[in-house]
Design a protein around this ligand. Sequence first.
Ligand code: 13P
Ligand code: SF4
Length: 349
Amino acid sequence: MTSNSIEATYEEMREKLEKIVPEFELRHKAELVYEIRKLKEERGAVILGHNYMEPALYHFIPDFRGDSFELSRLASETDKDPIVFCGVIFMAETAKILSPQKTVLIPSTEAGCSLAASITGEDVRLLKKLYPGVPVVTYVNTYADVKAETDICCTSSNAVAVVNSLDTDTVIFLPDEYLAKNVAKETGRHIVFPVKDPNGLKKPDTDLEYAMVGWEGKCEVHEQFTVEDIENVRKQFPDVFVLAHPECSPDVVQASDFSGSTSAMIRQVEETSAPRYLLLTECSMGDNIVAENPEKELLRLCSHRCPHMNQITLEQTLDSLKHNQHVVEIPEEIRIRAKRAVDRMLEIT
Ligand code: 13P
Ligand code: SF4
């Protein structure tokens, strides 16, 4: 049940966010939240929100919230139209891949992702030429042209299960170098990287048995966390429980107490009772958890923000509904091929 006036919306928001968002900002945001909700009802829209959205947007705007996998599944199940995707472009594209008959809107065209930008469909075609017959697993943090070249997609919540579902020793896993290394470790494979040279790509002189062929893409947020960060925090707070997203380096994951998708991290904090937690991921998520669980103590390293997720604001979301912007389009031939890879992931998990 949503509030039926700006004042009531403000009160609803204050109850949850008064310790997190200053009053004057809450008043401004309550007006926007009220407008967005009204327009959403009028348009029969559904709003999906990634776990990294800022607290006012995250708690009061989306009909559904979640990690990339959960939102992909929800996008395939909703009968509402349009779908407004409060996340980054590759996520909105996945929604469009699964629901071509619906209008999918992304509130900002600036909401990219360093992983998605690290690889193209042409790169995958070169890799397939280099390793004929080797199945290609692609992280959902990629654009539709890359998914179209792929056998099966995965997200951080199911990457190990996806790799294990393939009846093969050697797998091409793209484009996150660190996620590939983390998954290789968990599935008992060694990792190899093709060598870039002026003529394209060359196979390294490494044994290909039980290997994972990776790509050197990185998340510009998670690559910044270091083992030294964890050691420094543990020095000050020896009882801290450390959670790292699997886009962090294998050393960081190894030095942490838990690693999982953004939703898995949230559940881990909510379902355990450590004296305090350190989240090694985009920092809005710490605020979002505390708003729902005020008894939890969370430490954050907030110098690392995702500049792409942060493009999605209440203002942009309101404009998106008002002006039907920005419509996600994918050429049909690419969409159909990309859908096979996404569907296959949804089937096995
Ligand atoms: P999740 O699938 O874990 O939500 O991760 C998405 C992402 O972009 C993390 O940086
Ligand atoms: Fe991409 Fe990293 Fe931002 Fe996630 S946090 S959207 S992986 S740049």
